[in-house]
Design a protein around this ligand. Structure first.
Ligand code: NDP
Length: 267
């Protein structure tokens, strides 16, 4: 079906109302049982996708799936068990069909001055936020490339862009993920697979609430650095993920989209 664009040019795109639809798509979302991951799952379900969420604990995943409805399923999986990730992807595809969308959302943080960060702390954060992201992305991308179709989205952070004190391992891991996005986007660009990042600003979740509660000044400082004068909600990241995964973003790859109330405008 051909549609006419507002400028009167014939457009090959589907109707404007449906380019954002994820109907018929299957999305794998790591760390989808809470926080940002759960709202990415919710927005994707509302957009028509079926979602598989993962996490280390069964109970929050069960609760999340109940709240999301029939288009949601879960797998208990620790992304740091890197040897398990090929098997996870194989199992999901056998049970539910091809994975169209991968959201690398699971992540951990820790706030400590750099000189107090042990090798073990550093390795734990980099292992979760970077090494596992590579392994799972490779497992999914191999299959997506065979099908010449797929969208991979990394949940990065503005800590990748700016020097934010006391998050040395976290910032290193997220900056590295941003670098990985560009290389993978380039390598996969002719093969039907897009790779992008979303860089959230201050989003109200368990992770950020814990950080704010441990440091009473932090909330004030964070607010002062946010031109829109309010923190984001997990669904703000969810809708950005729907956009990047959808056909509306079919010409976008290798990008990092800040969703941050203006933090990245600069100070
Ligand atoms: P939460 O701590 O609220 O949620 C993290 C989720 O990841 C949990 O569901 C947790 O479940 C899961 N998870 C943690 N480790 C693993 C693991 N090894 N394997 C599988 N699942 C795991 O964090 P947020 O929702 O705030 O953060 C989500 C992403 O957004 C992270 O990548 C974070 O860096 C990023 N981000 C967040 C910002 C914010 O302001 N909140 C700002 C910028 C970026 P379980 O413990 O049961 O495994």
């Amino acid at each position: 079906q051909t549609h006419t664009s507002p400028a009167g040019q014939p457009a090959e795109a589907p109707a404007y109302s449906s380019v954002f639809s994820l109907a018929g798509k299957l999305a794998l979302i790591t760390g989808g049982g809470s926080g940002i991951g759960l709202d990415i799952a919710r927005c994707m379900v509302l957009s028509g996708a079926t979602v598989i969420i993962t996490g280390r604990r069964e109970q929050p995943l069960q609760q999340a799936v109940e709240s999301l409805g029939r288009q949601a399923h879960y797998k208990v999986n620790d992304v740091t068990a890197r040897a398990s990730l090929d098997g996870l992807v194989e199992e999901i595809e056998a049970d539910y069909g091809p994975i169209d969308i991968l959201i690398n959302n699971a992540g951990i943080n820790m706030k400590k001055p750099a000189l107090e960060v042990s090798d073990e702390d550093f390795d734990r954060i980099v292992h979760t936020n970077l090494n596992s992201v590579f392994s799972l992305t490779r497992a999914c991308a191999q299959r997506m490339i065979e099908r010449r179709s797929g969208s991979i989205i990394m949940i990065s952070s503005m800590a990748a862009y700016y020097g934010i004190d006391r998050v040395v391992a976290y910032a290193a891991s997220k900056s590295a993920v941003e670098g990985m996005v560009k290389v993978l986007a380039s390598e996969f660009s002719g093969q039907g697979v897009r790779v992008n990042a979303i860089a959230p600003g201050f989003i109200e979740t368990e992770m950020s609430r814990t950080a704010m509660n441990n440091d009473p000044d932090r909330r004030d400082r964070a607010m002062r650095r946010t031109p829109m004068g309010k923190f984001g909600k997990p669904e703000d990241i969810g809708w950005a993920a729907v956009f990047l995964a959808s056909d509306a973003a079919r010409y976008i790859t290798g990008a990092s989209l800040p969703v941050d109330g203006g933090n990245s405008i600069g100070f």
